[in-house]
Structures are given as C-alpha cells and as structure tokens.
Write a protein that binds this ligand. Structure first.
Ligand code: C5P
Length: 228
C-alpha cells in the first residue's frame, strides 16, 4: 500500500489571539506549516502530501512552495471543523487512493514533526489491520473539577496518553468512520466510534501543537536545537 499525508490547515487559530491563522504564523522565517510539510515531503515512504486549505484561503499562493517538490498538492476544500476538512481531503483524493492505502493525517499546527516520528509510526503499524497514532504518556497528575474549580476526582494517569498526530489509518476505514462520526476532535476517535481499536505508538513531547503564543517559542527552540 501507498502512504498519503493529509494536512488539515483550514483553521482560523482563534485561541492564538492572532489575526493570522496559525498555520501561517512566522516561525524561523517561514510560515509555521512549512516545517512539517518539508519533513513529510522529504520522507521517502510518503507518496504525496495533500494540504487542505479553506476555500477562501488567500495566503497559500503568496508563498513559493516549489522547493518542496511535486509531492505537495494544495486542496481548497476545507470545512467547518477539522474533521470536515479531513473528510473533504479524503473525498478529493478518492480517484487516487486505493481502499487499503494508508492515510497519515497531520495537524498543520504541529511544526516540529521529525522524520523519526513518521518512520516509527509507519514501521509500528505496518502489519496492523486498523492503524493508530503517535501519543505520549501523560506526565502530570490530572484532576476533574466542578464548575467552581473544586476537585471532584483525581484521575489515575498510569493508563492515560496524550494523542498527537500523525494519525495513520486505511483510506476506506477512515473515510467511513469520518462520514459516520459526529463531534470528533481527531481521526482516532472516529475510528473508535466505529468500534475499532487504534494503536498508540509512543512519540515524544517535541511534536507539540502550537495553541498558545508560548508554544511558538518552544517550537522555535526545538527546531533550532534539532541535530539533523
Ligand atoms: O484548532 P486546532 O489546533 O484543533 O486545529 C488543528 C488543525 O486542524 C489545524 O491544523 C487547523 O488548521 C486544522 N483545522 C482545519 N479545519 C477547520 C479547523 C481546524 O483544517 N475547520
């Protein structure tokens, strides 16, 4: 089977408090999204990289992406939610993808994706029926609280993981799961709702999601201190 990447980048980034959607925020002199697109395009196992942009995206064309090569394909078919954007991408590549091809969905907002993250995920799931995702064990003690911030319970953290991306599933399974799903924040939860069990592949904390302004500084530090 082949491996296609889909990068949803049709969000507005309202939590960053910035005017610009976060995929285009400057990070080390390039739009944030460019860092993970470069890594995905440079990974030999990945056949193509589809970026899902909002229909009205005016920023993509202002940049020169030619250095990333012919694997990179923009699709202007973003939806109202992240899941809608991914589904739009899956529908748009229907002519190209075989049922059993793998799709790796990666958030545009995770700029510190490294080659080893992708390769560990692909290797770890190569013989899996369903697929799975990168994740890291939760390090903090977690509290459940009521509306007045009073602790209701301490949640044992030993079996808890933080979901990251890429999340890798078979084309047809992912498409069916997303078409049936409502209110999911990632692909894995759609797969779970379909009664299947995604597998976790341990990644690391460097693959962070840029949500708040501090995350941009952390991302810059991580990219500057990367060995290769
Ligand atoms: O906002 P959040 O960090 O959860 O967004 C995760 C990813 O989903 C981002 O890359 C964002 O651009 C993308 N997204 C999208 N379409 C939406 C909302 C978010 O492609 N409607």
């Amino acid at each position: 089977p082949r491996h296609f990447a889909i990068v949803p980048a049709a969000g507005s980034g309202s939590r960053m408090g910035a005017v610009q959607p976060k995929q285009y925020l400057p990070l080390l002199g390039a739009p944030l999204i460019r860092h993970s697109l470069e890594v995905l395009c440079a990974t030999p196992e990945i056949d193509k990289v589809f970026v899902v942009l909002s229909v009205g995206d005016a920023e993509w064309k202002r940049h020169d992406w030619s250095a990333l090569g012919p694997k990179l394909v923009p699709l202007f078919c973003g939806g109202a939610t992240r899941a809608d954007s991914v589904l739009g991408g899956l529908r748009a590549i229907a002519n190209e993808a075989e049922q059993s091809d793998w799709v790796l969905v990666h958030d545009a907002a995770r700029p510190c994706l490294a080659r080893w993250h992708i390769e560990k995920l692909i290797r770890g799931l190569a013989h899996d029926e369903v697929g799975g995702l990168l994740a890291v064990p939760v390090a903090d003690t977690l509290k459940r609280a009521d509306a007045h911030h009073h602790v209701v319970a301490t949640v044992p953290r030993d079996s808890l993981w933080q979901a990251q991306t890429p999340q890798m599933f078979r084309y047809v399974m992912l498409r069916r799961a997303l078409e049936a799903a409502t209110d999911v924040t990632d692909e894995a939860s759609a797969i779970e709702a379909a009664g299947l069990r995604p597998r976790l592949i341990e990644g690391d904390a460097t693959n962070l999601k840029v949500t708040y302004p501090l995350d941009l500084h952390l991302a810059e530090w991580i990219l500057n201190n990367r060995e290769s």
